[in-house]
Design a binder for this molecule. Structure first.
Ligand SMILES: *Cc1c(COP(=O)(O)O)cnc(C)c1O
Length: 394
């Protein structure tokens, strides 16, 4: 190796060693087979409480069939960005169906949720504008605000009152960005209060509903339906397709003018290849199931209640969440890693979430439930947690 290459490796190795010492080093696991309540890793089968496949659709046969058919119609690659030749009939139809489902004039597909958030902030904000964000927002929302060039501030978690003095400061345009359901905490943002505060100050509210879409609300329209809010209160709605819908990608829904502005100006829309048409067809199939199969949401809610009742009996330090995201607060990163490893000895996967994903001292297990789990799965998790947590005290 040349000297320069060796020097680079030395620098990087030091940093990697430091991560290991602090229990912050991250490892990937290679999964064989589809997502589901049980997954196979390195020849061993685990009960899976670490996926965002909330409705159990990621491995659903109807989605596969949609992909097989669309492969015959469209082939694999989309070939170009949406504005060149990548925008197929499948994409256009999915956009229309998503818009109708969330009851907004238009929806615009992005190739991922991360790109959608960057695109919205970049297209709507610039120097002289402001962006206010919940301090527990998803990294993609925080990055979107930071990269937008607008003046950036965070407000205390889920506190609408925390934004009022910031809203009072003058700026050309102010965008308030929040997760609908917080990805690492599982709680639902106080959207009615945020909408009121934003409206009173002439600011605009954007909700990233990655973890509410498909799951919350009577029809699964998400956290806005949960609170009966519409486009008037929340002009910018973003949601992802890779979680409850079990596919991949994301969309932004709003007015004609909003969507046309994004098409003209969102750099992460303009300068990236359109997702394959077969994925759009899979998302259409998933959206149908979201609308037809209410039992998935009902069963999931039943499991959440059962799990929370059991966790209460065991005195587990759960965060206060009514959603499918059920975090078990453990404090130090080492402790979260140790509990996660001990669960793995019980053939159970529940990921340890550590800084910088969550604030220092609030490492946790992020337990996620899905409609594909059974009551027996929940009971197995609870009895393993009982054993592991009583060991963890000693
Ligand atoms: C997962 C997630 C994203 C990113 O979506 P991708 O499609 O995975 O890029 C954005 N926001 C939130 C809140 C998320 O949980």
């Amino acid at each position: 190796m040349s000297n320069a290459a060796q020097r680079l490796d030395d620098l990087l190795s030091n940093d990697l060693e430091a991560l290991k010492v602090r229990s912050l080093y991250r490892l990937r696991r290679v999964v064989d087979g589809p997502q589901g309540p049980e997954i196979d890793i390195a020849g061993r089968r685990y009960l899976n409480f670490s996926s965002n496949d909330y409705l159990g659709l990621a491995g659903h046969p109807a989605l596969r069939t949609a992909v097989y058919r669309a492969l015959d119609d469209y082939g694999t690659g989309s070939g170009a960005a949406h504005l060149i030749t990548g925008h197929t009939r499948a994409h256009a139809t999915l956009e229309a169906e998503l818009a109708e489902f969330v009851q907004r004039p238009r929806a615009l597909l992005f190739s991922s949720g991360y790109l959608a958030n960057l695109g919205v902030a970049g297209a709507l904000l610039g120097r002289g504008d402001r962006v206010l964000e919940d301090r527990c927002n998803h990294a993609s929302l925080l990055d979107a605000g930071l990269f937008s060039g607008a003046r950036f501030s965070r407000y205390p978690h889920a506190q609408a009152s925390g934004i009022q003095w910031q809203l009072a400061q003058r700026s050309a345009r102010t965008l308030v960005m929040t997760d609908g359901v917080f990805s690492m905490d599982g709680d639902i943002a106080p959207l009615p209060e945020l909408a009121r505060a934003a409206a009173a100050a002439g600011a605009f509210l954007m909700v990233d509903d990655a973890h509410g879409f498909g799951v919350l609300g009577k029809h699964g329209r998400g956290s806005l339906e949960h609170f009966s809010l519409g486009i008037t209160e929340v002009p910018v709605l973003m949601a992802t397709l890779g979680k409850a819908l079990g596919t991949f990608g994301a969309f932004v829904a709003g007015s004609e003018a909003l969507v046309e502005t994004l098409i003209q100006h969102a750099r992460t829309y303009l300068y990236t290849t359109a997702a394959p048409a077969c994925l759009a067809e899979a998302s259409r199939a998933a959206l149908k199931l979201v609308q037809i199969e209410n039992w998935r949401r009902e069963h999931l809610n039943w499991l959440i209640q059962r799990f929370r009742a059991g966790a209460r009996q065991l005195n587990l330090p759960m965060l206060d969440s009514i959603t499918a995201i059920q975090p078990l607060l453990l404090g130090k990163a080492e402790r979260a890693v140790a509990v996660s490893e001990q669960l793995r000895d019980h053939d159970i996967l529940a990921a340890a979430i550590r800084p910088p994903t969550v604030p220092a001292g609030s490492a946790r297990l992020r337990i996620t439930l899905t409609a594909a789990h059974s009551e027996q799965h929940i009971d197995r998790l609870l009895s393993a947690l009982q054993e592991v947590m009583s060991n963890a005290v000693n």
